[in-house]
Design a protein around this ligand. Structure first.
Ligand code: HDD
Length: 685
């Protein structure tokens, strides 16, 4: 017999060499016929003794495990973290000691509210969870793409999640917050208002998982070898820059490609365009914590980067897709309590509750306490303990000792090690046992206002439009008005814009704040997406719409110019077989007009032969291609042949500086324009 083979997904196969290619039962028995059940005669009943068919169907019946109660729809990929700045003075964590050292990791991005089969570009928070397989055990940084959270205390989490998920009687709406239950809960929970500013912003509809930030949200501790502690907040900064889509576009993307984000991640890694994020830390001490306007234990607040700068200490590179989605992405079990020596918790009540919840949920989801034996969850450093048995035990110690202390000497198994073992930071704790929320958590509007004033006008408009959209989906007026009463405490402009959008002329009374909001917090540029976009089109995608006879020189020049700049070019054509260019060469298509609407691309170019324009002007998907690109403020390149199509959709009279008539000499100029990603002046008008 050969040694058992272990694949990445964790299956072990004990197969004789000569049977490597032979299909077997799970018991290893070779199968002669996998097409037909065993029957009594060719038209007779199926026999109970058909152990092959019964085993196969039995296993199929058990293929599903409970989906995550939140963050069910996710996409995981492998990568590594490279330390660029050692921080031994701050933390003795092994991962932070040696510059240039790489630590393997697994990252899973997710939406929160939708079920596993929902669509990718829902308006939602995105999960941003990273499992570092460090030399001293696994560290899970289970964050989001938004630095604040809806609630301050974990005891409210089931209510928050119930409110956003489909209502229990009708089981809709799926994967969205635009409904009464959600806004009813939010409007009765003022601590959530700040986070809704973020979820109503374009942060909640990212263009790609590659183009969003990540945040550890809570304040954690870094502890050095002398047991000196600093507070820390963790940040992930995408090297690709920030970018989101607009709401009308998101709605259409979900129809055109419900897998938009996962396909984008898969394609980027598959083509060697590995996404990268810098890991940043905001480090501060007790003095800062005492002076700061808000409580650093309150997860509904952030610390502006202008107040505590983000120091970059390393880079995460995602460079490998999974071999098996179930084995890796589904079975990965993140737990906030997975920390390592040198990192510690704080008393943030949300974090403390999470530390209970994740272990509990993994036990249920993965069926028992041995989920740490599954390869994706197992540490990659040595692991020795006396935990034993249970469902699916796969690491079973040899020998007699399964307890300690014991006196079996060298055969006695693992021993404690005070030198490198985990010790908790010895924070002084005292107080009365009670159920109260600290007074220092009571300001719910100031940072919401700060977020709003930090946005560009375009982004402010999008926020107001999003509240208007969501509240318009609420059937009950008292819920809409209650939300308006909160927005009045955030900013008059926002409240007035939403009231106007909803069609109200009389404003309700403003909600009574638990603590008077601070109205003069300075704007923080770091909070805006548009102020932090990339200055290149690299990693973005041009939709190149062609017909037979399109100018070969121009087409080839566009392709080379954009791909040389690190962008992708997708060819859209009337037929999937492609088009014959003016020089007689064939150009294969990636999409047809029906399957490749402009919402799937960051910018578009229309290169038609002279006689194709009239026909396309009567083609509805072609019309939508142009009118959507125009409505979504995209840069558009065209030639004369597009004129009838422009006329058909009313764009001909509105040519603006985001629309460029293309020739062989200005392709580079078009690329330069596209580096702006969107022509926002059109959006405003
Ligand atoms: Fe959570 C999953 C992030 C609050 C309970 N959470 C989950 C995931 C992410 C987050 C990224 C998906 C992990 C993966 O990809 O498998 N959660 C957050 C953040 C929070 C937060 C950033 C606030 C700062 N979560 C939170 C609270 C509770 C939970 C307060 C419970 C009291 N979260 C869970 C969970 C999940 C989960 C039920 C569902 C599936 C899972 O854990 O593995 O335990």
């Amino acid at each position: 017999m050969t040694e058992p083979k272990m694949d990445k997904g964790g299956a072990t196969h004990q197969q004789a060499d000569q049977r490597d290619e032979t299909m077997t039962t799970a018991q290893g028995g070779p199968i002669a016929d996998d097409q037909n059940s065993l029957t009594a005669g060719s038209r007779g009943p199926v026999l109970m003794e058909d152990h092959i068919m019964r085993e196969k169907i039995f296993h199929f019946d058990h293929e599903r495990i409970p989906e995550r109660v939140v963050h069910a729809r996710g996409y995981g990929v492998h990568g590594h973290f490279e330390l660029t700045k050692a921080i031994p003075e701050l933390s003795c964590a092994d991962i932070f000691q040696r510059e240039g050292e790489k630590t393997p990791l697994f990252a899973r991005f997710s939406t929160v509210a939708g079920s596993k089969g929902s669509f990718d570009v829902a308006r939602d928070v995105r999960g941003f969870a990273v499992k570092f397989y460090t030399g001293e055990g696994n560290w899970d940084l289970v964050g989001n793409n938004i630095p604040v959270f809806f609630i301050q205390d974990a005891i409210k989490f089931p209510d928050l999640v119930h409110s956003v998920k489909p209502a229990p009687d009708r089981n809709f709406p799926q994967a969205q917050s635009a409904h009464d239950n959600f806004w009813d809960f939010i409007s009765l929970t003022p601590e959530s208002i700040h986070t809704t500013l973020w979820t109503m912003s374009d942060r909640a509809i990212p263009r790609s998982l590659r183009f969003m930030e990540g945040f550890g949200v809570h304040t954690f501790r870094l502890v050095n070898a002398d047991d000196k502690s600093h507070f820390v907040k963790f940040h992930w900064k995408p090297k690709q820059g920030l970018q989101s889509v607009v709401w009308n576009e998101a709605l259409k993307i979900n129809g055109a490609d419900p897998d938009f984000h996962r396909r984008d991640m898969w394609a980027a890694i598959d083509s060697g365009d590995y996404p990268q994020w810098d890991l940043g830390i905001q480090v501060f001490d007790d003095d800062f914590a005492d002076e700061f306007e808000f409580d650093i234990l309150d997860p509904t607040k952030l610390i502006p980067e202008e107040q505590v700068p983000v120091q970059i200490i390393g880079t995460m590179t995602l460079d490998n897709t999974v071999d098996n989605f179930f084995a890796e992405t589904e079975q990965v079990a993140f737990c906030t309590q997975n920390i390592v020596r040198g990192i510690d918790f704080t008393n943030d009540p949300l974090l403390q509750g999470r530390n209970f919840s994740y272990l509990d949920t993994q036990t249920k989801r993965l069926g028992g306490p041995n989920f740490t034996h599954i390869p994706i969850n197992a540490p990659k450093c040595p692991m020795n303990h006396f935990q034993q048995d249970g469902h699916m035990a796969m690491h079973n110690p040899k020998g007699r000792a399964n307890y300690e202390p014991n006196s079996w000497g060298d055969d006695g198994g693992p021993r404690e090690n005070p030198e490198i073992g985990f010790t908790s930071y010895s924070e002084r704790v005292q107080g009365d046992k009670q159920r109260t929320r600290s007074e220092t958590f009571a300001d719910h509007y100031s940072q919401a206002r700060q977020f709003y004033v930090s946005q560009t006008k375009t982004e402010q408009n999008h926020i107001a439009a999003a509240y208007t959209f969501e509240l318009s989906k609420c059937e009950h007026e008292h819920i809409r008005l209650r939300m308006l009463s909160h927005l009045m405490n955030v900013h008059d402009d926002l409240a007035n814009a939403v009231a106007k959008g909803l069609g109200y002329t009389d404003m309700p009374d403003a909600a009574k704040p638990a603590r008077k909001p601070i109205t003069d917090l300075p704007a923080s540029d770091a909070l805006s997406i548009l102020k932090n976009g990339p200055d290149s089109f690299a990693g973005r995608k041009l939709g190149l719409f062609l017909t037979d006879g399109a100018d070969a020189n121009l087409v080839n020049k566009i392709e080379t110019t954009f791909t040389d700049a690190g962008a992708k070019v997708a060819i859209i054509a009337p037929h999937i077989a492609g088009v014959k260019l003016s020089d007689g060469t064939m150009k294969a298509a990636d999409e047809t007009i029906d399957g490749g609407p402009s919402v799937l691309f960051d910018a578009v170019a229309l290169i038609f032969s002279a006689n194709a324009g009239e026909e396309l002007a009567r083609n509805k998907p072609a019309q939508d291609f142009v009118s959507d690109a125009f409505a979504h403020a995209k840069f558009i390149a065209w030639t004369d042949a597009s004129t009838p199509l422009f006329e058909a959709v009313g764009v001909a009279g509105k040519l603006d500086d985001g629309i460029l008539k293309l020739n062989n000499d200005n392709v580079a100029g078009f690329l330069k324009m596209c580096e702006g990603l969107r022509y926002w002046a059109r959006d405003a008008s």
